[in-house]
Ligand binder design. Structure first.
Ligand SMILES: N[C@@H](CCC(=O)N[C@@H](CS)C(=O)NCC(=O)O)C(=O)O
Length: 255
C-alpha cells in the first residue's frame, strides 16, 4: 500500500521555502525529503522519471498526485485544503482576481529583480564566482522604483490583496527574506525605509507558519553543510571546508 503521508521533496532556496511556507500555513502533516540539488540529486534518472522531468525541486507528493512548480504547489494546497489552516485564496471572484493580479506582479515584476540580486549576492559568491557590481547597482535602482509602488499600494491595505494574508503575500516573503540576509546593507534600507512595506514584511515574518518555515530552512542548510564535510581531514580539505563554511555562512546570512 502506498505511503499516504504528504511528502515535500525540497532543498535550499526560496522557491522551496515558499512551498514549505504554504504547507505550514495550512498546518498539514508532511514528510520533508531533503534533495541536495546543488549536488545533482534532482537530476538523477529516478528523480527525472518519477518526480520532475525538469529536474527541479520543490516537488509535492500528495497520495498519487505529484506536483512540481512552487506556485502550482501552493495553489493546490490553498484549494485542496481550503478549510484547513489559513485561507489563502478568497472565494469571491473579484477578490480572487486581485490576489491573481498581485501574484502576477510578484512573478513578472518583483521576482526578476529579486532573482538578479540574489544571483549576484548569494549564488555567485556561494559558487566562488565574482559579483557583477553593475548588475547589483542597476537592480537596486529597479528595486527601489518597484518598492515605491508597493509602498503606495500597501498604504491602502495591510496586505497586497486586501485585509488578509493570501497567496500573493506568501510568495513575496521568501525572496524578500533572502534579500534581507545578503551582506548588502542597502537592500535592508530599501525595504525598511518604506513604512508600509516595512510593516507588511514584519507582519509576515512574525507569522507562526513563517517561523516554522525558517526552522525547517535552517535544518536544510545544516543538512547541506553536513553533506559537505570532508571525509578525511588533511590540511587541504580543512582549508576547503573552511572556505565552504564561510561561503555558506555568508550565503545564509547565518540565519
Ligand atoms: N519554476 C520552478 C523553479 C524551481 C527551481 O528553480 N528549483 C531549483 C532550486 S530553488 C532547482 O531545483 N534547481 C535544480 C538545478 O538547477 O539543478 C518553481 O517555482 O518551482
Amino acid at each position: 500500500m502506498a505511503d499516504s503521508k504528504m511528502k515535500l521533496h525540497c532543498g535550499w532556496f526560496f522557491l522551496n521555502s515558499a512551498a514549505l511556507f504554504g504547507i505550514n500555513e495550512k498546518g498539514l502533516d508532511f514528510e520533508l525529503v531533503f534533495v541536495d540539488w546543488i549536488a545533482g540529486e534532482s537530476k538523477t534518472k529516478t528523480f527525472l522519471s518519477t518526480l520532475n522531468p525538469f529536474g527541479e525541486v520543490p516537488v509535492l507528493e500528495d497520495g498519487d498526485l505529484k506536483l512540481y512548480e512552487s506556485k502550482a504547489i501552493t495553489r493546490y494546497l490553498a484549494e485542496q485544503y481550503k478549510d484547513t489552516g489559513t485561507n489563502l485564496l478568497p472565494d469571491d471572484p473579484k477578490e480572487r482576481a486581485v490576489v491573481g493580479t498581485w501574484m502576477e506582479v510578484g512573478n513578472n515584476k518583483f521576482l526578476p529583480i529579486a532573482l538578479a540580486l540574489i544571483k549576484e549576492l548569494i549564488i555567485k559568491p556561494y559558487q566562488g564566482l565574482a559579483t557583477d557590481v553593475t548588475s547589483v547597482g542597476e537592480n537596486k535602482e529597479k528595486l527601489s522604483e518597484i518598492l515605491n509602488i508597493y509602498e503606495a499600494h500597501l498604504g491602502k491595505s495591510p496586505y497586497l490583496a486586501g485585509e488578509s494574508f493570501t497567496l500573493a503575500d506568501l510568495h513575496h516573503l521568501p525572496p524578500i527574506d533572502y534579500l534581507l540576509n545578503t551582506e548588502e546593507k542597502e537592500l535592508k534600507k530599501l525595504i525598511y525605509s518604506r513604512p508600509n512595506v516595512a510593516a507588511w514584511v514584519e507582519k509576515m515574518k512574525s507569522r507562526p507558519a513563517w517561523l516554522k518555515t525558517v526552522v525547517m530552512k535552517n535544518h536544510i542548510v545544516d543538512l547541506m553543510k553536513q553533506r559537505r564535510l570532508p571525509k578525511k581531514l588533511d590540511s587541504s580539505s580543512v582549508h576547503e571546508f573552511t572556505l565552504m563554511a564561510q561561503k555558506s555562512a555568508f550565503a545564509m546570512g547565518n540565519n
